[in-house]
Design a protein around this ligand. Structure first.
Ligand code: ARG
Length: 259
């Protein structure tokens, strides 16, 4: 039997599909391919089933920083094109250290440290990024860089073959928690950074970019964590902020020789 309600649902779905389809160009979301190996600390992480990817940041010859929700098993360093990953420095995850306060429900502390089975060799294509001792909370309006091999639009099922990057603009936490934005679902805390469109574009990260870096003025400031859809102006990407307490946890963990 035909019900008017079904018709409304159908029309809403069609409209939603068209809106989502048409709102972006290609790339990370609205980004472009990076100069090959210009971000030599970028790690490509693969899950055990090889069907999902995440980004990561090499912060030490044996340690990669990524997101806690990433199920990493294999790590590739010095990759530009995903197709050529096997010819990069390939490592296996020896140990995963989840942030002790990671909570998948409220998405706080979405950070994980991954110890590699063997240290990487520093080359022109592979370099670790040293973390500073002080956290720098970027002011609203700051333009920061994000990078990854993730999806280039909402409807794509495939990831990007090459590493892409885009500049995202930091959004004030109060604004990011406001009803039009995340409306406290989840609460955007002091340990998170919202960053996205500059008002003109749809700059964002997307699925597969998680665990990758948020770089402000060249310094590692955050790690790609979550968002609702991709490239939606009032649902910007949310990044785990490398606040003072997170830096302490990272230093403590990576300095422990027994791990
Ligand atoms: N959680 C995603 C991942 O696992 C990252 C999503 C980022 N989304 C966004 N709209 N910025 O890859």
């Amino acid at each position: 039997m035909f019900c008017p309600r079904d018709f409304t649902v159908f029309i809403s779905c069609v409209v939603l599909f068209i809106v989502v389809q048409s709102s972006h160009g290609s790339e990370i979301i609205d980004g472009k391919e990076v100069k090959p190996h210009s971000l030599p600390f970028m790690a490509l992480m693969e899950t055990p089933m090889e069907n999902e990817i995440c980004g990561g940041v090499l912060i030490h010859p044996s340690w990669v920083l990524t997101a806690a929700h990433c199920a990493a098993a294999k790590v590739f360093l010095g990759v530009h094109s995903e197709k050529e990953k096997e010819s990069s420095q390939v490592r296996v995850v020896k140990k995963k250290v989840l942030h002790p306060c990671y909570d998948p429900t409220d998405k706080v502390n979405d950070l994980m440290l991954v110890k590699l089975n063997k240290p990487v060799k520093q080359t022109t294509m592979v370099k670790w990024l040293r973390l500073g001792n002080t956290a720098k909370d970027p002011a609203a309006g700051t333009s920061c860089l994000v990078a990854g091999w993730g999806k280039t639009n909402n409807v794509a099922r495939k990831m990007s073959d090459v590493l892409k990057s885009v500049n995202v603009t930091v959004i004030d936490r109060v604004k990011c928690n406001s009803p039009k934005y995340y409306n406290f679902r989840p609460i955007i805390t002091r340990d998170m950074i919202c960053a996205g469109s500059n008002g003109q574009n749809h700059a964002d990260t997307c699925q597969g970019d998680s665990g990758g870096p948020l770089l402000c003025g060249g310094a590692l400031v955050g790690v790609t964590s979550f968002g609702i859809g991709c490239g939606v102006i009032d649902k910007p990407g949310v990044y785990s902020f490398l606040s003072e307490k997170q830096l302490v946890w990272i230093k403590k963990t990576t300095n422990k020789s027994e791990i």
